[in-house]
Design a protein around this ligand. Structure first.
Ligand SMILES: [Zn+2]
Length: 312
């Protein structure tokens, strides 16, 4: 893998410190600083310079930018100060529903996994037990008879076989509502109050305003963060991006020019909508080569770069 020969973003999600627990894939401030030095701070463009060069098609093969998805408070509290030390700015891809009274349960469930179970495998065991107790037990047993973890999500080499099996059950076997039914039963067993977690998990409008004021670029990431937005109708997708855009414009006073596809899910309708909304660039969430399009800029998951650091 090593140094990719195309300009790309580095995609970050979770960070840990004393306040934010270290879940799967999370790194701390020292890890981030080490990673930035490893990548080479000179290769990393400010968000503004990246946007300008991408629009003018002047990105060079060694250029990188930094991107933070999902408006997580841990990013603001742990990563933003490190970026300030390095004099760097980044793209922050924001889904707006969590700023307007909604919860994204996926994030609550991740927190549950982190604080309620000693290991991820312990969580998977509990999940399988809850599934076996549920009305979906027979259906799930049938659907996983021929499951081959080696062939599912093969583009993410850092997933374990258990990670792959869990994701297969969640995304391909159960689907949204049955999955939430099982997970909510685990949240309840663990005694967690989802509503109380809101202020620990996500940023608030004031954080977004501060990022914008410090030269970071806030970008679209849809309103709800559905996992399969690209399979939804043109109208549904447009509603998602319009509501997302309204929220960001109300905060910053300017129209968002960048975006990242939530869960890498998009289609031709998505691209048409983004063009209508005046968005200039969009990011994928992997390094797969695509016909070059300014709405399909590649990104490397930070976990792959961490793995490279730990190999040395
Ligand atoms: Zn996301």
């Amino acid at each position: 893998m090593s140094v990719a020969s195309v300009p790309h973003g580095v995609m970050f999600h979770h960070f840990w410190d004393q306040r934010h627990p270290a879940g799967q894939g999370a790194i701390n401030a020292d890890d981030l600083a080490r990673m930035l030095r490893h990548l080479g701070p000179d290769r990393i463009l400010s968000a503004e310079a990246w946007l300008e060069r991408a629009v003018e098609e002047r990105l060079e093969p060694h250029h990188l930018c930094l991107t933070f998805d999902d408006a997580l408070l841990c990013q603001y509290e742990v990563a933003a100060p490190v970026l300030a030390d390095f004099g760097l700015t980044a793209f922050w891809f924001i889904y707006s529903s969590v700023f307007e009274g909604h919860l994204r349960k996926m994030e609550v469930y991740r927190y549950l996994r982190t604080v309620a179970y000693p290991t991820v495998d312990d969580f998977y065991d509990n999940f399988e037990r809850a599934l076996a107790r549920s009305r979906y037990a027979d259906m799930a047993a049938k659907a996983t008879v021929d499951f081959d973890p080696g062939r599912y999500l093969a583009e993410f080499p850092f997933y374990t076989d258990a990670d792959r099996r869990f994701r297969f059950l969640r995304d391909r076997v159960l689907g949204h509502d049955p999955f939430e039914e099982i997970m909510d039963s685990l949240v309840e067993r663990a005694g967690l109050q989802a509503e109380e977690l809101r202020h620990l998990l996500w940023m608030e409008d004031s954080h977004l305003r501060a990022l914008d004021a410090h030269g970071h670029i806030l970008g679209l990431h849809s309103y709800t963060h559905f996992t399969t937005l690209g399979e939804m109708s043109y109208d549904q997708q447009k509603r998602e991006y319009l509501a997302n855009r309204r929220h960001l414009m109300a905060l910053t006073g300017h129209a968002p020019l960048a975006m990242a596809h939530p869960c890498n899910s998009y289609n031709q309708d998505t691209v048409a909508i983004l063009e209508e909304l005046g968005v200039k660039i969009g990011f994928r969430s992997n390094m797969e080569r695509r016909p070059s399009s300014r709405f399909e800029l590649p990104r490397q998951d930070h976990a792959l770069i961490m793995a490279e650091l730990e190999d040395r």
